[in-house]
Write a protein that binds this ligand. Structure first.
Ligand SMILES: Nc1ncnc2c1ncn2[C@@H]1O[C@H](COP(=O)(O)OP(=O)(O)OP(=O)(O)O)[C@@H](O)[C@H]1O
Ligand SMILES: [Mg+2]
Length: 400
């Protein structure tokens, strides 16, 4: 399949040499029934490239099954991948197909393969070599015809050295490796990406769009984008909302990029101070800081309720005005107002704080759990567990 068709089918944007090399490689190997390892920092487009490989193969009319190995609890990963037999666990009331069976005739994308437990890696190697596997609790060998695409943002060679990744599986996977360069190494694609993201976003959300000045694009090209294309997409969307239909200038971009790096608050020495963090980290600190403010406010509120009559509490606006001195920033002000309205009754403990922090981080990252987990400085597994424990799932709209 030619490169233009692949780009169009998978929705890959870019004309830089760096992305062209990736696409050439995709075009060469898509239709060869061989496993592929995709390497790249978070948000560089690994999943997109896996889609391109699938769509460019003979398997395109069958399923592409995407498995995030880092997010599945170790205890159930084998049953998820290979299925289980009725009675394999106390709660296994029925037999169940695993992803390798579902992907039969199609492709399986093993994302974050570096997080796969060693025992599971042996079984994946077996499927790769012979197509054979067994459901958990079963003694019958089954066969599947699956093409494996794996991805990682970790250095697998290093994991092998550390004994955390099997060497045999590593050699098997790495024969065809596609390295996706970070966005900062293909800065001349930024204009095209911004255009596409802005058009898509303004159309779906019915927002006015007057474009970006050439200088604003230059400003973006000079930034290092640690979160790569995903970060750029979020950035474009938020600047369009914040600037309410204005043409986007270099100053607006520069200000927002600085805003993402949060300056320390001078008269609040008790609060965490942030300097030169990456945006994910900075976002996390911002959320934390807002929650700390909130906790302070609630403490103050309790005091005030004890001391004064309830008439002072008629509107949350008056509450905020009473605490105007503690609140420096419009955004924080608004956030507090909402939170106070919703949470005024009852104790506000660390669990509530954590839950709120998770919800907001997930929302910020468009429900991308990997990015959220990274930003919250917890493993994806832990994040999944907490999402379940706190019953957060239903509150957050699904990624589109
Ligand atoms: N070249 C590109 N053209 C258009 N969109 C892109 C491109 N690269 C990435 N994106 C978009 O950026 C976002 C992140 O891409 P993707 O999920 O493929 O990254 P990833 O490498 O799998 O990230 P992670 O390691 O965090 O899982 C997606 O919304 C994707 O559509
Ligand atoms: Mg991904």
């Amino acid at each position: 399949m030619n490169i233009d068709l692949i780009k169009q089918k998978a929705g890959i944007i870019g004309e830089s040499d760096a992305i062209s090399q990736v696409l050439e490689m995709v075009a060469q190997v898509a239709n060869v029934d061989i496993s592929v390892l995709i390497n790249g920092e978070s948000g560089t487009g690994k999943e997109l490239v896996s889609k391109a490989l699938h769509l460019g193969s003979k398997r395109a009319s069958s399923e592409l099954v995407i498995v995030n190995c880092g997010a599945i609890p170790e205890g159930i990963i084998e049953s998820e991948l290979f299925g289980h037999k009725k009675g394999a666990y106390t709660d296994a009331a029925d037999s169940r197909k695993g992803y390798f069976e579902t992907a039969n005739k199609g492709t399986i994308f093993l994302d974050e393969i570096g997080d796969m437990p060693l025992e599971t890696q042996v079984k994946v190697l077996r499927v790769l070599e012979s197509g054979e596997f067994m459901r958990v609790g079963d003694s019958v060998t089954k066969k599947t015809d699956v093409r494996v695409i794996a991805a990682t943002n970790k250095d697998l060679a290093k994991l092998v050295q550390e004994g955390k990744f099997r060497q045999d599986l590593y050699y098997r996977l790495k024969t065809v490796t596609i390295n996706i360069p970070p966005l900062r190494k293909r800065a001349n694609d930024i204009r095209l990406l911004v255009d596409r993201f802005a058009l898509q976003f303004s159309r779906t959300n019915d927002i006015k769009y007057k474009g970006f000045t050439p200088e604003s694009i230059k400003e973006m090209q000079d930034y290092h984008w640690p979160g790569n294309v995903r970060e750029l997409r979020n950035f474009v969307e938020s600047i369009l909302i914040l600037q309410k239909g204005e043409r986007i200038t270099a100053d607006m971009v520069a200000n927002q990029l600085i805003g993402d790096k949060i300056e320390p608050m001078e008269n609040n020495t008790s609060l965490p101070v942030v300097v030169n963090r990456d945006p994910d980290q900075a976002e996390r600190e911002l959320i934390l800081r807002q929650l700390l403010f909130l906790r302070q406010d609630i403490e103050d509120l309790k005091l005030m309720m004890k001391e004064s009559s309830f008439s002072e509490l008629n509107s949350s606006r008056s509450i905020n005005q009473s605490f105007g001195s503690a609140i420096q920033d419009n955004e924080i002000f608004d956030e507090n107002e909402n939170l106070i309205k919703g949470k005024m009754i009852g104790a506000f403990n660390t669990k509530d704080l954590e839950k709120e922090m998770i919800i907001r981080t997930l929302e910020h990252f468009n429900n991308n759990r990997r990015a959220a987990a990274k930003s919250l400085d917890m493993s994806e597994r832990t994040l999944y567990r907490k999402i379940n424990d706190y019953g957060i799932e239903k509150k957050i709209k699904k990624d589109s």
